[in-house]
Design a protein around this ligand. Structure first.
Ligand code: MLT
Length: 381
């Protein structure tokens, strides 16, 4: 498998530019449109002022993050029943950077990736020269593959990627299903890279962190982001968690990661970390924000249900994954949606061959645009 010429969302952007259509409703890339919630933005602004005053100016930030935001991360995990210590937390500029950086820590070089899945997983492993095995995520397994779906076990252990709530399908693992993966990883010497970027969209009884599961502390790394929680796609702040129990022949994994980060990264800006701290503490503001996008997703889900179109997600996720009408291929329906309705959605096949015949549509837009998109789609389906 070769790295595609463009990253999926760059490819979509170029196609949209080329079509020259005006009045487009973008339900493609999951980019926040709402402003940073007020209280959180106040922290951002105040910290920028601090940078402009002699007595409060800050130079290089600590590599793994300021203490104040680590306290916020600890409080967040406490709500999930997970206790963290400072050295287990790494403040990042969002999930993508660490998803790549982590790859150099592991001796195993075969990734196990859902097909379809967030394209950054396969891209990072292709750039790194790793082998990739795909596991089908499909209607038959409710888009929640389990270890029993593996054809055979790979001898040296996998880097297993799990995103829950999932991108692109919007489905979410329950505790029992996730536990199967933790046990599998422990039994096979595999590592789980758990992407919890959409955890704040969970409303049902599902784990928000892999560390809610016993055993995960010694085989999993969690990569999280505030991008979709507090509209931080432009602010850039997230965090990675590696528990002390995760040890290797050389050292604790978090010590190795700290060494790696200090050689390759100069930390997250003070202002982003201050905003991040505020987002981690002001849970109510973030909840209002994620509720808004969830309501958008709910409206689209109701539309697909009314039309008898098969769709998953949208209940604990801002994304829905729906089947293209008339058995159309993903990119053919992408063109129809774009040219006939002026709507951008993401072709399912862009997330892997298993997504062929599907589209991902996102709730990341204003209510008015969602209502208009539903009206436009009404004439199409
Ligand atoms: C998505 O829409 O899947 C993400 O927002 C895009 C990305 O992070 O690259």
């Amino acid at each position: 498998m070769l790295l595609s010429k463009n990253y999926l969302f760059t490819e979509i952007e170029e196609r949209v530019k080329k079509c020259g259509k005006k009045d487009i409703i973008n339900l493609g890339i999951g980019d926040a449109v709402r402003p940073v919630p007020k209280k959180i933005n106040r922290s951002y602004v105040n910290s920028a002022k601090q940078m402009g005053a002699k007595s409060t100016f800050k130079g290089y930030p600590p590599i793994s993050g300021y203490q104040f935001i680590k306290e916020g991360v600890k409080k967040r995990y406490k709500r999930f029943g997970v206790s963290l210590s400072d050295e287990e937390i790494f403040i990042s500029d969002g999930a993508k950077t660490d998803l790549y950086a982590l790859l150099s820590l592991f001796s195993t070089s075969t990734a196990l990736i859902h097909n379809p899945s967030y394209p950054a997983y396969a891209d990072a492993n292709l750039i790194y020269g790793n082998r990739i095995e795909f596991i089908k995520s499909c209607r038959q397994n409710c888009f929640l593959p389990k270890p029993c779906d593996l054809k055979e076990n790979y001898g040296n252990g996998y880097l297993i990627y799990i995103c829950s709530p999932d991108n692109p399908t919007g489905v979410v693992y329950d505790k029992n299903a996730l536990k199967l993966w933790v046990d599998y990883a422990l039994n096979t010497g595999s590592v789980i890279i758990f992407d919890s970027a959409y955890a704040d969209y969970i409303r049902g009884d599902y784990p928000k962190s892999i560390f809610e599961l016993k055993g995960a502390e010694s085989c999993a790394v969690e990569v999280a982001s505030l991008s979709k929680t507090a509209n931080f796609t432009g602010v850039r702040c997230g965090f990675t968690v590696i528990k002390n129990q995760f040890t290797t022949d050389l050292d604790k994994l978090n010590n190795l990661f700290k060494r790696l980060k200090s050689a390759t990264f100069n930390g997250v800006p003070f202002v982003s970390q201050k905003a991040g701290e505020s987002a981690l503490i002001n849970v109510g503001e973030c909840l209002k924000n994620t509720d808004y996008y969830l309501e958008n997703a709910k409206m689209m889900r109701a539309f697909f249900n009314d039309k008898g179109i098969f769709a998953v997600g949208g209940e604990n996720s801002p994304y829905l994954f729906f089947e293209c009408p008339c058995r159309l291929k993903s990119f053919d329906f992408f063109d129809i949606l774009l040219n006939k309705a002026g709507i951008v959605a993401t072709p399912g096949v862009g997330f892997g061959s298993g997504g062929e015949g599907f589209m991902r549509i996102s709730g990341f837009n204003f209510r008015k645009q969602i209502t208009e998109a539903i009206n436009r789609m009404d004439g199409l389906f």
